[in-house]
Design a protein around this ligand. Structure first.
Ligand code: TXA
Ligand code: MG
Length: 320
């Protein structure tokens, strides 16, 4: 299959409306979309990514008001979150409506719904004839794509079209809150922080992610290895190891300079946690392209988006 790269949201939506699968930019990461009214196209997403069939997809809507077409039984807490955080980097898990086919939700009666704020994503979704199911546009288990070039690298020849936009502003996937139970639960950390969520809905809790394989995890995707580059990830406290065992084949990323900066092939010091989040996955990919074998990652403070960075780093370190 030839993968068309275009900067026209209308042209890209044309491929999706014809039953194709199309990667598109959002403020979090790039998504790989299919129309939910094209269940055969939804299945193609799983094949292109090598994604396990029991891992459901997020449905993307162009406007907050469209939520009622894809979800039902939306409670007061969910309504408040929608009012405050849609459009933006937040996904809500709700009971699905009859419009959402089982191919999207892996057979669950619930569905994750997001309304992106990025202008190009909104424009693309507006040209699509139905809501768009989309996971991150990467090969399963690899770092999410935060640029169109990363999408091309992973998925060229496997998808119909890439809508080319700027690199993603945030660089980490959306915050996910499950609103289907008595108490809303945070399932995945992201740019919308728990403090921000609780300032609107104080009763939001944090889900305990089960490490027991016999029990289904609340968010199916969380049981798979995630976000991992080929290189090994070593988590470090501020300043890192005094003497890294590896030398010219290791890299550093963090908020400070490492103690032994001369020992690293690449040193990337980020000015802010926002910058750290924005460049992290791209840095992983650059390191892989250069054949780096160990990436030392300094853990940022456990607050704000630092929490989401720590979550992704911990998962990447567990990835292999
Ligand atoms: O920022 C994002 O959320 C990006 C952009 C493209 O929107 N999408 C994204 O999708 O990160 P994905 O598929 O890579 O991650 C979605 C996560 C998975 O862990 C999946 O298991 C979980 O959301 N999820 C989807 N539907 C769910 C549901 N009904 N209940 C619980 N978890 C769900
Ligand atoms: Mg993903």
């Amino acid at each position: 299959m030839q993968t068309i790269v275009t900067d026209s949201p209308e042209e890209a939506a044309g491929y999706l409306n014809a039953g194709g699968i199309v990667a598109f930019p959002t403020e979090t990461v790039y998504g790989l979309g299919a129309g939910i009214c094209h269940p055969e196209a939804v299945k193609k997403i799983f094949r292109a990514k090598g994604r396990p069939a029991d891992n459901p997809l997020i449905v993307h809507i162009p406007k907050p008001e469209d939520i009622d077409t894809v979800a039902r039984e939306i409670g007061e807490a969910a309504r408040k979150l929608i009012r405050h955080f849609f459009p933006g980097p937040l996904t809500l898990v709700l009971k699905k409506s009859g419009m959402v086919p089982p191919e999207v939700t892996a057979g669950l009666d619930t569905v994750g719904i997001r309304c992106p704020s990025s202008i190009i994503a909104k424009s693309f979704l507006g040209f699509c004839h139905c809501p768009v199911a989309a996971p991150s546009a990467n090969i399963s288990g690899r770092p999410s794509s935060t640029s169109w070039k990363a999408v091309l690298y992973d998925l060229e020849g496997k998808i119909d079209c890439i809508l080319k936009g700027d690199p993603s502003d945030i660089g980490l996937e959306s915050t996910i809150v499950d609103c289907t139970g008595a108490q809303p639960l945070l399932l995945r950390t992201g740019a919308v922080t728990i403090e921000e969520l609780q300032s609107v809905v104080p009763e939001i809790g944090t889900a305990v992610i089960s490490s027991n394989d016999d029990e289904p995890p609340k968010s199916p995707g969380l049981k798979y290895p995630h976000y991992a580059p080929v290189a090994r990830i070593r988590l470090c406290a501020t300043g890192g190891p005094v003497a890294p065992e590896a030398d010219t084949s290791s890299a550093w990323i963090g908020l400070t300079q490492p103690h032994a900066s001369a020992a690293f092939a690449i040193v990337r010091q980020c000015g802010t946690t926002g910058e750290y989040a924005r460049i992290l996955f791209d840095f992983f990919r650059q390191c892989d392209a250069l054949g780096i074998d160990t990436i030392y990652c300094e853990l940022p403070p456990d607050e704000g988006i630092g929490r989401a960075i720590r979550d992704r780093l911990t998962r990447a370190a567990a990835g292999r």
